[in-house]
Ligand binder design. Structure first.
Ligand code: HEC
Ligand code: HEC
Ligand code: HEC
Ligand code: HEC
Length: 453
């Protein structure tokens, strides 16, 4: 080979290598932060240049200034269910803040009929009132997670009506009715789990239901300890979500020589443990019960409401907005602290929902897992009963629909009774609120509600 040819080849090889490497390399500077004791490998690699962009995107907005003044809002306005005791000046300041946090482009009209502010005609106002209660609960009762830093509506909404990072139940997640070629809800990169090919919905099991986030046994040798492959994959999917959602790696919480042990983990793992319980409470007690309030275009493929995970608040940062004490200027967003535990506290009302296909009373999708959760609750509390109510959507024949709703309730009640509960612990109940007959074939309406209390 002569000289010019060789240099052309070398240039082509160099160009090829550059293209290959450009995809893998991160442009310096690269820095590292020590997270644990020296020699434990508990180090996080960071790039200050990339962090600067994330920093930019996670700044807290300025608080709207104002002093408390005027009589209680209750004496001036007619329809206050949460903020009645707040003074009028602070009330108005909060309404103005709602606009900047949630609906800057739409203004007051996003939640109100501006001809009558007291009216509850818009679903957004109904949702906002419940969100207000949720925010007060998070700041008042979950200080083990949010400390005095707290959250406002902006923490999740970031100036948009729908928070950017939410999740829905994956319709492909489970089921035995699928054929070859089905990906089992995984095996393709998914944003929620850090672009890995792990299951894209570890959230239903761990951030809605109380699945055990547990992989490792306590003994070095094989024993009767069992964690299914499914739960192991879900656990790793959830952990990738934690890492991506907080912009950290595994050593932020674990000493990776033994991921399970708590006494070698960092204090942040304990904060995360409380966070998991807090997110479950938000999804079960606030968002899921709002399902019927939302219009169909806001619901997910299985008819469920958009729900919260770690990224909803954290948005890629270890503390939302780098720990800016956002609630300091909004004391009305801090609800009362938790009441001391009483035997009655164990009996709190809880509604779980099972969805159905069009015209069908057949249990499908995650229904068996939801019902397993009901069984667990009934077992845990021998006094509790499950009330089962069937619903249907608006389209089709009325009499046939009423029968369908009943059959749906029977499938659910039958499954629960088959788990060994006496018929008086699983009772059929007349539906409380029938969905307004406006939406025709509505996935959110094709449901059975199970109330355990
Ligand atoms: C994100 C939704 C949202 C936005 C935006 C919003 N509000 Fe409200 N507003 C509410 C909720 C929820 C209540 C009821 C609070 C309660 O029940 O304690 C309320 C209540 C009120 C009331 C009391 C009405 C009565 O007589 O009961 C007034 C007045 C009011 N808002 C004015 C405004 C004004 C003015 C704006 C724009 C600057 C605004 N709101 C923006 C959600 C919103
Ligand atoms: C922990 C996160 C979180 C916080 C804090 C939060 N929200 Fe939300 N909000 C959500 C999620 C999730 C939804 C459901 C998204 C959707 O609308 O589909 C939602 C929906 C809404 C909607 C309905 C929007 C629409 O167009 O469908 C309104 C209005 C709203 N929130 C107001 C508020 C107000 C006011 C506050 C503060 C008092 C607040 N939110 C605090 C997570 C949050
Ligand atoms: C923000 C903190 C946090 C981060 C980051 C994190 N984890 Fe976890 N991890 C936890 C918590 C908390 C639990 C226990 C959950 C529980 O008990 O409910 C846990 C549990 C686990 C378990 C199960 C342990 C057992 O007892 O069987 C494994 C495995 C695991 N994590 C692996 C990882 C991996 C791998 C990464 C990085 C991809 C990671 N974690 C990142 C907080 C974290
Ligand atoms: C409602 C909003 C919200 C949600 C949802 C949320 N967090 Fe947090 N988290 C916070 C706030 C606020 C802080 C700051 C508390 C403080 O200043 O100590 C925080 C702090 C933390 C910390 C401590 C960081 C440190 O360096 O001390 C960890 C770890 C953490 N969150 C993990 C999680 C995980 C894991 C999830 C999901 C299971 C989650 N968070 C969901 C609001 C939230």
């Amino acid at each position: 080979m002569n000289a010019p040819n060789r240099s052309i080849l070398a240039a082509v090889a160099l160009a090829g290598a550059t293209v290959l490497l450009a995809g893998c390399w991160e442009r310096p500077p690269i820095d590292s932060v020590q997270r644990g004791f020296r020699g434990t490998g508990m180090v996080e690699v960071v790039n200050p240049r990339l962090n600067a962009a994330v920093f930019e995107a996670n700044q807290a907005p300025p608080s709207i200034p104002g002093e408390a003044a005027g009589p209680p809002a209750r004496t001036v306005y007619q329809n206050l269910k949460v903020l009645g005791d707040l003074d009028v000046a602070s009330f108005n300041r909060l309404m103005a803040s709602f606009v900047t946090w949630v609906a800057p482009d739409q203004g007051c009209a996003y939640c109100h009929n501006e001809a009558n502010f007291a009216e509850d005609a818009k679903y957004t106002k109904i949702v906002a009132r419940r969100m207000l209660e949720m925010t007060r609960t998070v700041n008042g009762q979950w200080t083990a997670h949010v400390a005095q830093t707290g959250v406002t509506c902006y923490t999740c909404h970031r100036g948009q009506p729908v928070p950017q990072k939410v999740w829905f139940v994956d319709p492909d997640g489970t089921g035995s009715d699928k054929f070859a070629g089905w990906r089992y809800g995984q095996n393709a990169p998914a944003a929620g789990v850090g672009l890995t090919s792990l299951p894209k919905d570890p959230f239903t099991s761990y951030l809605l239901q109380k699945g055990e986030i547990r992989v490792a046994g306590n003994d070095p040798l094989p024993t009767d300890h069992k964690a299914s492959i499914q739960h192991t994959e879900w656990t790793y999917g959830l952990m990738m979500h934690f890492s991506a959602g907080l912009g950290v790696n595994c050593t932020y919480c674990h000493n990776t020589r033994s991921l399970g042990v708590w006494d070698q983990s960092t204090p942040q793992r304990a904060t995360a443990w409380h966070g998991i319980r807090m997110v479950r409470a938000m999804n079960n007690e606030y968002l899921t019960p709002l399902t019927a309030a939302f219009p169909p275009n806001r619901l997910g493929p299985t008819g469920d409401v958009a729900k919260v995970n770690c990224a909803t608040c954290h948005n890629g940062v270890f503390k939302p907005m780098y720990g800016a004490p956002v609630v300091k200027d909004y004391p009305m967003l801090v609800g009362p602290p938790p009441a001391p535990p009483t035997p009655q506290a164990a009996l709190v009302r809880e509604v779980l929902i099972v969805y159905f296909d069009v015209g069908s009373a057949q249990l499908r999708g995650i229904a068996p897992e939801v019902l397993a959760f009901v069984v667990e609750k009934l077992k845990a509390n021998p006094q509790a009963k499950a009330a089962v109510s069937g619903y249907h959507s608006a389209s089709g024949d009325r009499a046939a629909n009423a029968e369908l709703a009943k059959q749906r309730a029977f499938s659910v009640a039958g499954t629960l009774q088959a788990a060994g509960f006496a018929p008086d612990r699983v009772v059929l109940a007349k539906p409380q609120v029938v969905q307004a007959n406006v939406a025709g074939e509505d996935p959110a309406a094709r449901r059975v509600e199970v109330t355990v209390r």
